[in-house]
Design a protein around this ligand. Structure first.
Ligand SMILES: [Zn+2]
Ligand SMILES: [Zn+2]
Ligand SMILES: [Zn+2]
Length: 227
């Protein structure tokens, strides 16, 4: 519609004013201070198109990631409210709820999403209508939601064991380090983390005690124990 009023005179700005008539700035002499050139408008249109495409991809990726999390959580029964796999958690009165109990998320080893919704609201995205609570979860998520409770229970126990072993080792290490000066003993072994040879300092920065990797402290501690 707007194009009809544009002049096909490339010396003048053809951008329509509020009343519909062309602007008429003599662009042959200096660029119009009020309006973009057709080339600039085209570049602006392309930029907006690309931005919209990037946003579309971000939303799709976000949704896919959320869907995977929901499938993980809904593939185990809830230790808290005893909702079976493929069913939502229940509140104390037995009504279906959108939120998942923490115990269920922990069992599924999936801390996110915390709610039965398919889109997060990062990047100021408008909130979409969440799936209905009484709908068919398998259909919404396009997944059979096979019950993996037994398998995930075993994995949960293993994670807990590894966790307490790690905590125990931390206590042992702290006690060993506190008992007497250990710098020389630790420097005498090589580091399994950064491959530093005996007497050479550790390099890299992850999880260190003073300037030494914790793994190196553990090696020194084990070596001393075996003497
Ligand atoms: Zn103009
Ligand atoms: Zn629950
Ligand atoms: Zn190291």
């Amino acid at each position: 519609m707007g194009r009809a009023v544009e002049w096909h005179n490339t010396d003048l700005c053809g951008h329509p004013k509020k009343d519909g008539t062309p602007c008429g700035w003599v662009v042959a002499e200096s660029r119009c201070p009020f309006h973009l050139t057709p080339e600039e408008k085209e570049a602006e249109r392309l930029r907006k198109e690309e931005e919209a495409e990037r946003e579309r991809v971000r939303v799709a990726e976000d949704r896919a990631e959320r869907r995977r999390g929901l499938i993980d959580i809904l593939s185990v029964s809830c230790p808290h409210c005893e909702a079976p796999a493929a069913e939502l958690c229940m509140n104390p009165t037995g009504k279906l709820q959108r939120g998942f109990h923490k115990a269920r998320r922990q069992l599924a080893d999936c801390d996110w999403p915390k709610e039965y919704e398919l889109q997060s609201y990062a990047y100021d995205r408008p909130k979409e209508v969440p799936p209905p609570l009484d709908g068919d979860l398998r259909k919404v998520l396009d997944d059979p939601l096979t019950d993996r409770t037994a398998e995930m229970n075993a994995a949960y126990v293993k994670r807990k064991e590894a966790d307490s072993e790690r905590k125990l080792q931390e206590l042992r290490r702290a006690a060993w380090l506190a008992a007497e000066p250990r710098d020389e003993t630790v420097a005498a072994v090589s580091c399994p983390q950064c491959a530093a040879v005996p007497q050479a300092p550790c390099t890299g920065s992850v999880r260190k005690y003073r300037q030494v990797h914790l793994q190196r402290v553990d090696v020194a501690m084990a070596a001393e124990g075996s003497l």
